[in-house]
Write a protein that binds this ligand. Structure first.
Ligand code: BGC
Length: 403
């Protein structure tokens, strides 16, 4: 069986990291953005990250691989039904199999218990290293314990795993930035900053599944842009569903979003109240919103709808203007970055150093050692940069990518 050794870094890099940890500590105190009520949400929009705790974070100790054999990589994705997770699993599988590893794949069916059972089974079946995108960022404690006992390192993929101070790395896109891009798109496309003073805009807000850590980052990013306009009265959320939990959408479900939007439209948007935009955190929710606008909104303005993922089902919606934007996150790059990070680690690079070294220089990746905290310990995040896709650049985008 393998053994992970946790080695302290050299004095020089340790000092650098302690400096970084002070920033992390400060941001933890400033940010404290989870579990928001409506009034608390004001504070949550201040910083770049939302951590689950306001207890001071300590610096994660560097881990160095002890050289024991790793032959099997276990990949656990939250659900096969949502397009992206199936693609992520396949891309990761191809990369690791081509490099000679055996790969086990499991999907959580969007159910916490199923994912826990599947992960435990992968450990029993010989997984030496796990790549996990959790259904619920808070509920994997039993798997983490089992993995630690069996010296199986874990990489948090796309979604942070809370309560694991030993995470090897967190690989994702910058979700706070994505939330900002979506909200700024609404502000720019309604030209709110240039509007005459007594005009206000009606916007409805949706957030993702509250159990997914990313949902809060997206919401906080969006609210960092929208909140000043809401406070000044320039933007009105007519339904008054503004705080993270009232906006959240279980399992990021299209059907739940559609049903909720229909109720909002029937209750608040009659023939005289105009709906200007809907903030949608991702494409599965955007489809539900677009469909309910088509069926149940009876005015003739184009309602601005945002999204994320560039799912193939959303492409016609973007092309014909029902959905005005999506965020493209290259899953190829996310899988490749994860592959490099793991390879570098297994080749002896310490987690205190840049594990993404050697990755194609055309792929922009930021190593963030301060913003992400699991179990009050800072986790090194590797964040890729998203792109905005609209009807204007979708043609070019479709012909240049094959995710
Ligand atoms: C991912 C999104 C995805 C959503 C629903 C989030 O954690 O970052 O890309 O749309 O989950 O699966």
């Amino acid at each position: 069986m393998k053994r992970l050794s946790y080695l302290m870094t050299s004095g020089k890099s340790r000092n650098a990291i302690i400096g970084a940890a002070c920033v992390a500590l400060l941001s933890c105190v400033i940010i404290n953005g989870c579990g928001l009520t409506e009034s608390e949400s004001d504070d949550a929009t201040e910083g770049n990250a939302s951590n689950t705790s306001n207890v001071e974070a300590s610096l994660q100790e560097s881990q160095t691989y002890d050289g024991s054999e790793v032959t099997t990589i276990g990949i656990s994705m939250p659900a096969e039904q949502l397009e992206r997770w199936h693609t992520d699993a396949t891309l990761l599988q191809n990369l690791f199999e081509e490099a000679g590893y055996d790969v086990l794949i499991s999907y959580g069916d969007n159910l916490i218990d199923t994912q826990i059972k599947e992960i435990n089974q992968m450990i029993d079946n010989g997984a030496d290293l796990l790549i996990i995108a959790p259904v619920d960022s808070d509920s994997l404690s039993t798997c983490i314990k089992k993995a630690n006992e069996n010296n199986v390192p874990i990489v948090a993929y796309d979604r942070l795993i809370n309560h694991d101070p030993n995470l090897l790395a967190y690989v994702s896109y910058d979700n706070y930035l994505i939330g900002q891009l979506q909200a700024q798109f609404i502000v720019d496309n309604l030209d709110i900053d240039n509007s005459i003073s007594d005009i206000s805009y009606n916007i409805e807000l949706f957030s993702g599944d509250a159990a997914d850590n990313n949902a809060m980052y997206l919401y906080n990013g969006s609210m960092s842009i929208l909140d000043p306009y809401i406070k000044s009265g320039k933007i009105k959320v007519v339904s008054n569903q503004k705080d993270f939990y009232s906006c959240s959408t279980n399992s990021w479900s299209t059907e739940i979003a559609e049903e909720k939007m229909q109720i909002i439209l029937a209750s608040y948007y009659n023939n005289t109240t105009k709906l200007d935009a809907v903030l949608c955190p991702n494409d599965s929710i955007a489809i539900g919103i677009c469909d309910s606008i088509t069926s149940s909104y009876h005015q003739d303005n184009n309602v601005i709808v945002t999204g994320q993922d560039c799912d193939s089902a959303n492409i016609p919606y973007i092309q014909d203007g029902r959905q005005n934007m999506s965020i493209y996150k290259s899953l190829d790059n996310e899988a490749l970055a994860t592959f490099y990070i793991i390879q570098n680690y297994l080749n002896g690079t310490s987690t205190g150093d840049d594990l993404s070294a050697g990755l194609d220089s055309n792929i922009t990746i930021t190593r963030d050692t301060t913003s992400y905290v699991s179990d009050n310990t800072t986790i090194t995040a590797y964040l890729l940069t998203p792109e905005i896709i609209t009807s204007e650049n979708i043609g070019e985008w479709s012909s240049s990518n094959n995710d």
